[in-house]
Design a protein around this ligand. Structure first.
Ligand SMILES: [Cu+2]
Length: 476
């Protein structure tokens, strides 16, 4: 999907940047990544456990500083564009420091994962025997390591301009305000793939297990993760179509943006081909995986309207964008997280979830989500801008529908979490391999021992050989 993120602004409030930085970006890497990368590659831990702990503590410190900065009013919006942010409320400097620390944590995690995947794989696990979640986390980590320093340095430049009057971005001091936008989006576009690629990795694990079929197009899915990471670095200008950037640059960024749709489409095609004629069981992880595919297709296709220079100018900064962003980030990343949480819960806790509760929560979440966010596509096409506290009465009915939908969504999420907590004590004991998966984490008891594997396994097979042998099994 060409434009996952927002145009010239992203979300409606400052708070959304913090949601990105402290929830959606680390949601899957920090939790399921840290727990399952070693398990899926047959290792006892990540390569640098102490660095891992360090990154956890600076993450907490970064959150503390960020929350502290919010005690003072900040009126820059979440993108804090210059030159205004170079002069506005003092809290901006504190916020820069907080997000700098969170970014540092993200870089260290990415670095750790890259080294782990390169050096800690069990004997026999060559690159083409790696589970696709590992490929996805690898591509994610590369983006984290290459793009996050850019935003970190940008925060330092902004703080230096505010504290010492150095003229980087303020035209009055000889700076260039557009430069800030370029730096900002050079990070903030690739980072949407830090948010979505891990979720795509989870879908690639869940789809074959619950279809009882080998994953279709293994290498295409693996390479497309790397392709998304690479192309993601070339398209940041699609956030700046109306910034005053030259039309030629706009046309080029629009053109390049469409290329992201190719590897993304490849993934979606391969997941659907994996499902085709499979023996599908609709357990809760699979329900969320199917929801991901369905919602993400809507999110991706609506991104085409935003990535296209011609149509974007019409829907720019409207609710169309808000809807698109939530279909990709909540319909995509969060549904992928939910799929992963339901899939791996038995492995982490040693208990099974209550499937009835899980399914009831799923109905509420998927219904509530669509009732909340689909009307926003229509509102946006009708011209309703975002970030306005009041709007003309003609937009009222669909806004009421969206509000009611959000109540269903919230109740569904509460039931889901209640199930997580309740099953810790009341859930049936989980066997080692409740879903009959073939990746390595299912070969050891639930929950795993502290050291994961008493004996490091030797890998002789590709992890997706359901039913029939494929060319991958011969092991290259
Ligand atoms: Cu973007």
């Amino acid at each position: 999907m060409p434009d996952l993120s927002a145009l010239n602004g992203g979300e409606a409030s400052l708070a959304s940047h913090d949601v990105d930085a402290v929830f959606i970006i680390p949601a899957i890497p920090s939790s399921l990544g840290n727990f399952f990368i070693p398990l899926l590659i047959g290792a006892r831990d990540v390569a640098f456990p102490r660095l891992n702990l360090f990154s956890y503590w600076i993450f907490l410190a970064g959150i503390a500083v960020t929350l502290f900065s919010l005690l003072q009013p900040i009126d820059t919006g979440w993108t804090f564009y210059t030159p205004y942010s170079a002069q506005s409320s003092a809290a901006v400097t504190t916020l820069c420091l907080g997000l700098f620390l969170v970014g540092m944590s993200s870089i260290l995690t990415g670095l750790n994962f890259i080294v782990t995947i390169h050096t800690m794989r069990a004997p026999g696990m060559n690159w083409y025997r790696m589970p696709l979640f590992i490929w996805a986390m690898y591509a994610t980590s590369v983006i984290q390591v290459l793009s996050t320093p850019v935003i970190g340095i940008t925060f330092i430049l902004l703080a230096a301009e505010r504290l010492f009057g150095v003229g980087f971005f303020d035209p009055a001091k000889g700076g260039d305000p557009l430069l800030f936008q370029h730096f900002f989006w050079f990070y903030s576009h690739p980072v949407v793939y830090v948010m979505i690629l891990p979720a795509m990795g989870i879908i690639s694990e869940v789809a074959p297990v619950f279809s009882r079929k080998p994953i279709f197009g293994y290498r295409a899915i693996a390479y497309s993760a790397l392709a998304i990471a690479f192309i993601g670095f070339l398209v940041w200008g699609h956030h700046m179509f109306v910034s005053g950037m030259s039309t030629v640059a706009g046309v080029i960024f629009s053109f390049l943006t469409f290329f992201v749709a190719v590897p993304t489409g490849i993934k979606i095609f391969n997941w659907i081909a994996t499902l085709y004629r499979g023996s599908i069981t609709l357990d809760s992880p699979m329900l969320y995986a199917l929801t991901f595919i369905f919602l993400f297709i809507i999110g991706g296709l609506t991104g085409l309207f935003l990535g296209s220079l011609a149509t974007d100018v019409h829907v720019h900064d409207t609710y169309f964008l808000v809807a698109h962003f939530h279909y990709t980030m909540m319909g995509g990343t969060v549904m992928g997280l939910f799929a992963g949480l339901h899939y791996w819960y038995p492995k982490v806790t040693g208990r099974m979830l209550n499937e009835n509760w899980a399914k009831n929560a799923w109905w509420l979440i998927v219904t509530g989500f669509n009732v909340t966010f689909f009307p926003m596509f229509i509102l946006g096409m009708q011209g309703m801008p975002r970030r306005y506290a009041e709007y003309p009465a003609k937009y009222q009915p669909l806004n009421v529908v969206a509000t009611v939908g959000s109540w269903f969504l919230a109740v569904g999420i509460l039931i889901m979490f209640a199930n997580f907590i309740r099953s810790l004590r009341n859930g049936a004991p989980a066997p080692a391999n409740p879903w009959r998966g073939l990746t390595l984490e299912w070969s050891i008891p639930s929950p795993p021992e502290t050291e994961n594997f008493t004996e490091i396994p030797t890998v002789t097979d590709w992890p997706y050989s359901y039913g029939k042998k494929t060319r991958h099994d011969r092991g290259k």
